[in-house]
Design a protein around this ligand. Structure first.
Ligand code: SF4
Length: 482
């Protein structure tokens, strides 16, 4: 059946352009990956779902940044007569989430004896007969994490990082601009020190080598790491607790190709780009913001729907450039925003935000529904990935370059992806991704501020930029009020 027939059968009337795009995807998906760039609210989800159905590319896997976005995909799939299945990570599906350290490892060791997994096995023959579209549909007392082993679906929806189900026909990556933006995990130096003390108590012969790894931020000796894992597993098996957990996670991040960087009492580990870690299937990349310069990275048949650029302001008398940081200028911007606007969303690097904590009301945390003031997030932090926040303003403080120590080591990943200019691609992707956090819906219209003169260097197709200075932000009424 062609896509027109699929829409008709579902009683839906797509827009002409939506129908054309869906047909193009259905015809090309057999031979090419697809990149579809279209503004929020254009109808990308329905077009792609109809194309997958028409091309008989089912089951498919749909990766979303945050599960809240998965609900929309699930609803659209049902409209087209497809069976969706929303899967969540262990934090939402495993009853041991709060009581056990290193849950993934604990589960690996204990799954066979886990009463909730046994409950799932007992329920398995029934699951096929039940209408289950989400992990939330499964009764309590049963492991909801592994339901994909027993529930059949046409479209499996989950976040980027969860264990992926058996090989799908196509992997759809929603908000694909996230794939090229580096993401960092944070480890407090204190938690690593406490874990090292536990090593001293339990296996002092491993201590010198592990202390060196934490000191030099480099992992050369996998054998030491494996010995530590064995001790960690023994502790988890006995009590579900292991004081070694932060150290084990840190070593795993390094062993997975992470590049570590120390900033005060925090160590950040920058993970390899997600684009390197996708399943080996045909792919459909979706985005509202991928600029032309970054397009080639996706090596795809590209369909681009023109969008009206959003208005943005470059604040040209501030910078986060190393050695020339205008922290006081950033502080003045935050103070003025708090005075003139109710909800202000701010993204920057750990290095800058830590110097501005007095001007920030919420830092790297979930916001209450009635929040007001300044909420700030590490632009490369994994925490902000799942966050969509409606705000009156969204500000990027400083051009988001990777720390100088990290860039040369990170470059090899980008060269492997065919990105010759990580110095451009990373800040452009990170900036558009940050702005996208507050512009998910067509009706969102926050004031967009890019606070660094170096933003001038980039072609930000999605933004129509004008230059201003800090004093203009301070002047009430100079900037548009949301
Ligand atoms: S099998 Fe399921 S319920 Fe049991 S530990 Fe693993 S994720 Fe948790």
């Amino acid at each position: 059946m062609n896509v027109a027939g699929i829409f008709e059968e579902a009683g839906l009337e797509p827009r002409e352009k939506q129908l054309v795009v869906a047909q193009m995807i259905a015809e090309n998906i057999h031979d090419h990956n697809i990149l579809l760039v279209a503004p929020p609210g254009w109808g990308k989800t329905l077009a792609v779902l109809a194309a997958l159905k028409a091309a008989k590319k089912l089951p498919s896997l749909w990766l979303v940044r945050a599960l809240t976005l998965g609900a929309r995909v699930s609803e659209d799939a049902i409209k087209l007569g497809l069976r969706p299945l929303v899967l969540a990570g262990r934090e939402k599906t495993c009853p041991f989430y709060r009581s056990v350290d290193d849950l993934a490892e604990y589960c690996r060791l204990h799954r066979a004896g886990c009463p909730h997994f046994r409950g799932l096995l007992e329920l398995a023959p029934e699951l096929g007969k039940m209408l289950i579209t989400s992990y939330e549909d499964v009764s309590p007392g049963v492991c909801k994490y592994y339901i994909d082993l027993f529930v059949k679906a046409d479209i499996v929806i989950q976040n980027y990082h969860r264990r992926r189900p058996a090989t799908p026909e196509v992997t759809v990556i929603d908000e694909a601009h996230n794939l090229t933006t580096p993401q960092a995990s944070r480890f407090s130096a204190l938690s690593l020190e406490i874990a090292l003390d536990a090593v001293k108590d339990r296996a002092s012969y491993l201590y010198p080598e592990l202390e060196k790894v934490v000191e030099e931020l480099k992992l050369d000796d996998i054998a030491t790491m494996e010995e530590l894992f064995t001790i960690h597993q023994e502790m988890l098996t006995k009590t579900g607790k292991s004081p070694l957990t932060p150290l084990v996670k840190f070593l795993k991040a390094l062993a997975g190709g992470g590049v570590a960087y120390r900033e005060g009492g925090v160590i950040e580990v920058y993970h390899p780009p997600l684009l390197r870690r996708l399943p080996p299937t045909r792919r459909v990349f979706l985005s509202a913001t991928i600029p032309k310069e970054v397009e080639k990275v996706f090596n795809s048949f590209t369909i681009r729907i023109p969008a009206k650029p959003r208005k943005a302001f470059i604040i040209s008398d501030v910078t986060s450039k190393y050695g020339q940081e205008t922290v006081w200028g950033f502080a003045k911007i935050l103070a003025a925003l708090r005075k003139h606007y109710r909800r202000n969303l701010v993204f920057s690097t750990e290095r800058i935000l830590r110097q501005l904590l007095h001007f920030i009301d919420f830092y790297e945390e979930r916001l209450p529904s009635d929040w007001q003031g300044v909420a700030a997030y590490n632009i490369f932090g994994r925490f902000s990935e799942g966050v969509d926040i409606r705000a009156d303003t969204v500000t990027v403080l400083g051009t988001p370059y990777l720390p100088p120590d990290v860039t040369p080591r990170y470059r090899k990943y980008f060269e492997g992806l065919g990105i010759g200019e990580p110095e451009i691609v990373i800040p452009v992707s990170a900036t558009l991704q940050a702005v996208g956090r507050a512009t998910r819906h067509p009706q969102d219209n926050p004031l967009i501020l890019l606070a660094d003169y170096r933003f001038r260097r980039f072609r930000l197709d999605a933004l129509d930029v004008e230059e201003i200075e800090v004093k203009d932000v301070e002047r009430r009424g100079y900037l548009p009020q949301s």
